[in-house]
Every structure is written in C-alpha cells, then in structure tokens.
Design a protein around this ligand. Structure first.
Ligand code: 1HN
Length: 347
C-alpha cells in the first residue's frame, strides 16, 4: 500500500472517535511508517572551517570552557534544527579549549569521539591516562569513562566531537556524573594504552572490557603513514579510493559500538564511482581539496571543513588535490541489527 485508503465521512468519524481513546488506524499512517526507501528530514550540508573558527573565537571571549563545561558549537543539520543532531542518530560539534583552560571531568553513557582539527599539544585524559592531541588524531571516550581536557600550550585547540547522543536519547538511557574536581587523577603513564593494546600485542590474559577499543588515541602520524603506503601500492577501490576503518584490536570490530569511524585517501584527480549506503555519514577533511556531489547538490570542501551526507543519498567524491577524509556513522548499529545496506552501482 503506497497511499492511504480514501477517507469517507464514516471513516473520518471513526478516526475521530478512536483518537480520543489514543488509538489510530494503521492504514492511515502505514505509508509513512514503512517507506520503499529511506526517507529522512536529514539533508546534505557543509560547514566551512573558517566560519566555524570565527564563531568559536567569539565564543572564546563570551564564556570559559569551565563555565560552559564544554565550549562547543553544535553542528545542526538544516533539516533537523533545534534537535542538536547532525544526522537522525548522531551529534556533532566543534570544541575549543583556549590556552591554560580546563574542560572539567565528567562521565556519561554516551560514547564520544574527537578528531583534532587545529592546535598541537593540548591534552585529554580518559580513564586515568593522559594523551597529547595533534591534528588528525582520532581519540575516543568509551561509555561511562571519566574524561577532561586541558590546554597548557599557548595556542587554542579545535576538534570535532562526534557523539551518539540521539541514539542514547532514543533509548532513554542517558546518565551523566560530574567529578568533585576539575581534573581526574592520572594513574597511568602517557602511552600506556598504546603500548599495551596498540602495538599488535595484547596482554596475555586480556579479553577486553566492554565493546569499545582499549586504544584511545589513534595518532594521525601512524594512520597517514599507512595510507601513504597503501596509496603507493595502488589498487584503489572505485567507490572509496583507499578507505580503512578504525578497529578494536581485541575483537576486530569497529573501535566503538555505536559509531563506525573511517579514514580514506583520494589521490589527486581521483573521482569515485557513485555510491550510497544506509548509514548517514559525517565527513571531516584532514587534508586536501575537492568536492562531493550528493544527488544534485555540490559540496566544495577544503582542509578542516565538515560535511554530512544523509542515508541512501548517492555520492561522488572528486579530489582536486590528494585528500584525506575522516568520517563517522552509525554503521556498527545497523550492521548488528542486520539493516545496513550499500549500493555500489556496478563498481
Ligand atoms: C561531552 O562530554 C564532550 O567531553 C563534548 O568533550 C561534547 C556534547 C554533549 C554532551 C557531552 C566532551 C558533548 C559532551
């Protein structure tokens, strides 16, 4: 049934009667409930970093990180204004920590990821360990782990935050706690998780803790080196160029249970084959320039710009320069429940 059955006076009167009893006739709404293809109010959109940057510097003068708890400008999808969503299921924002500021410790049931856009040497502490942040680093904060951020350098630091807030909201499973001091105690030396879990080794009797990767900083230097090596080898995927996913080394699954995270290299002049998938995806430009055609729209991007592609919208990336794109989506959730789908055209 694609269209609702016609309304007669008898039917209308019946609908009005049952409406008062909190009931609705399925056949009047069924077409909106099960659509032949994904149908979403989420629309394609792009935020230029120079515009984000200017607004954030203004925000930096208006409020401290401490007073704000997190000084973030939320990137709201134009089709979902007022809901703090960049896609139907995901949240994104850009965070600024000014020199000598602290964003105080808290923990929550939402998972968070950071992708560093600009600034070098500030730190984030997660679950008793501190890590330095550099551009392109991908950093995760697992469910209910204490985290605080600090900047002891003389330059502001900016990063993209991605959280599964709308998913957790949908499930009514949100909890947050604040620590009684700004910074959590540091119990482990810097580099501990990276040595313990991120060196192609695991402690002999370690079998993982929760669904999130025990590595919490995937440094750009190592990621970039791998991409470079793979680009040299060739064999680019027609739809993706060289595209890799960040993994949990304990399980081989995605690094986080609710958000899939990806990094891809597009060679200079590369144009991808038309591709669509059911996971609406947020992209951050780590390097390069180019454009992404989404249906009949064109999103022109440069370094540190952020853009979003809704579910099932066909895309073509065209790289004017060698480019590196970070991206994240709810793909792990869709895969777990068996609804994730892609359409590679004929590629
Ligand atoms: C949060 O905890 C952070 O820890 C950033 O940096 C953004 C947005 C909503 C709720 C919690 C962070 C957030 C957030």
């Amino acid at each position: 049934m694609e269209q609702a059955p016609i309304e007669t006076p008898e039917r209308r009167a019946f609908y009005n009667r049952i409406d008062k009893q909190n009931m609705t006739a399925l056949w009047t709404v069924m077409g909106d409930l099960i659509t032949p293809e994904p149908k979403s109010p989420c629309v394609p959109a792009l935020w230029r970093f120079d515009e984000i940057h200017a607004a954030m510097i203004e925000a930096g003068k208006l409020i401290t990180a401490k007073e704000a708890e997190r000084r973030v400008l939320v990137l709201e999808n134009p089709g979902l204004r007022g809901q703090s969503k960049i896609t139907t299921s995901l949240y994104a924002g850009v965070q600024l920590v000014m020199p000598h500021e602290v964003a105080p410790a808290h923990r929550h049931s939402q998972s968070a990821l950071r992708f560093v856009l600009e600034g070098q040497g500030a730190h984030t502490s997660v679950d008793g360990e501190r890590t330095r942040m550099s551009p392109g680093d991908f950093i995760i904060t697992p469910i209910m782990t204490w985290h605080d951020h600090g900047n002891e350098t003389d330059q502001p630091i900016f990063w993209l935050d991605g959280l599964d807030i709308p998913l957790i909201q949908f499930l009514d499973a949100s909890f947050v706690e604040r620590l009684d001091r700004d910074e959590q105690p540091i119990a482990k030396p810097a580099g501990d998780s990276s040595a313990r879990y991120g060196a192609n080794l695991l402690p002999i009797d370690y079998h993982g803790r929760g669904a999130t990767s025990p590595i919490f900083n995937y440094p750009y230097a190592r990621t970039r080196e791998a991409l470079h090596q793979l680009a040299t080898a060739g064999n680019h995927d027609p739809c993706h160029g060289i595209k890799m996913r960040y993994t949990n080394p304990v399980t081989g699954d995605h690094a986080m249970p609710t958000m899939g995270t990806f990094i891809q290299l597009l060679p200079k002049g590369f144009s991808t084959s038309r591709y669509r998938a059911t996971d609406a995806t947020v992209f951050a430009v780590a390097e390069g320039r180019g454009r992404t055609r989404v249906g009949d729209q064109t999103l022109a991007w440069g370094p540190k710009d952020i853009f979003v592609v809704p579910s099932w919208h066909p895309i073509v990336h065209e790289a004017a320069e060698e480019s590196v794109l970070f991206s994240f989506s709810d793909r792990p959730v869709q895969e777990k429940i068996g609804v994730w789908r892609e359409d590679r055209g004929n590629a």
